[in-house]
Design a binder for this molecule. Sequence first.
Ligand SMILES: O=P(O)(O)OC[C@H]1O[C@@H](O)[C@H](O)[C@@H](O)[C@@H]1O
Length: 300
Amino acid sequence: MIDLDTLDEKFSIEGEVGFAELENDLVFLTISNKYADADICLYGGHVTSFRPHKTMDLLWMSPDSMFEVGKPIRGGIPVCFPWFGPHKSDPQKPQHGFARLMYWNVAETATTPTGETRVRLQLSSSEETKNYWPFDFEAELDITVGSKLNVLLKVTNTSNESFEFGSALHTYFYLSGIENIGIEGLQGTTYYNQLNPGNEVQEEAVLHIREALTRHYLDTEAAVVISDPVFRRRILVEKTGSKVTTVWNPGKEACATIGDLPDDGYESFVCVEAVNAFNNLICLAPGATHETSAIIGLEA
Ligand SMILES: O=P(O)(O)OC[C@H]1O[C@@H](O)[C@H](O)[C@@H](O)[C@@H]1O
C-alpha cells in the first residue's frame, strides 16, 4: 500500500481527484467534477458514495459500517470475486470472495474529453489471494464518474489452466423508505427464492418489498428502475456481462442480527446486484478476459 503523498503526487488531478483517510486509516480516492461527487475506498475497490449534482447520494452506506481491514464495508458497492455468496465447499472462506477484503492499487486517473473522471484500480493474484483461491488472475475496476456511474469489473486469467469464477457488483441504493419504492423491469422473470428455496416467476410488473427478500433473477440482462416517489427520483440500474440480478433486503428481523447494520437499517436501502453465479458462473480459458459492469444514474 503506497502512502497518501505518493498517491497524490502520481494520481491526483487538481480540483478533481484527491486522496484522504476518510474512515479510520483507510485511504479513499475522492472525485468532484461538473457532473457529480464520488468516493472510492481503495480497500475493497469500494465505491462508497455517488452524488450526481442536485440529488442526494444514490448509494446507501450503513452508519455502523466497520471500515476495518479484514471486515467488509457495509453499503456502497462491494465487489464480490471470485465467488458470490458462501464458498461452495469451505465455509471458513469469506462470504462473497476476498476482493472486498483487499487493497486495490491505483493504475490510472484521467479526465475524459467530456469532463467525466475515470479511475482504474487493479488487484492481482498473490501469495495472499492463493490462500483462498489457487489461480493467477488480474482484476481491474474501471470506474467512470459522470452523470452516471459506470463500474466495470474486468477479470483476466493469467494462469495456464482454465478457471471458473463468480462475481457481483453488490450495489446498495439509498431509499426514502423500503415501503415507498417499486422495482420495475423484472416481470415474467424466473428467480431462485433463497428464503423459500425453489424457483418462482415474478408475475407483477412492479416489485414492492414488504418483508425480507433474497431473490436471484436468472437469465436476465434487463435494466431495472427503482422508483422512489418520496425522494422524487427514478434510479436506472443497467448492467452488462451479467445474467443474474439479485435483489436483497434483509427485512426487520434479520437486520437486527447483522452487527454492522442499525436495527432500522433495512428501511433505507435495497441491493440490486449485477451477478455472475449459479447457472451463470464464468469459465475463462488462459489469457481470456471477462467484463461485467453496473451503470447507475437517474432516469432521464
Ligand atoms: O452480509 P454480506 O456478506 O455482505 O451479504 C449480504 C447479502 O448479500 C446478498 O447478495 C445475498 O444474497 C444475501 O444472502 C446476503 O445476506
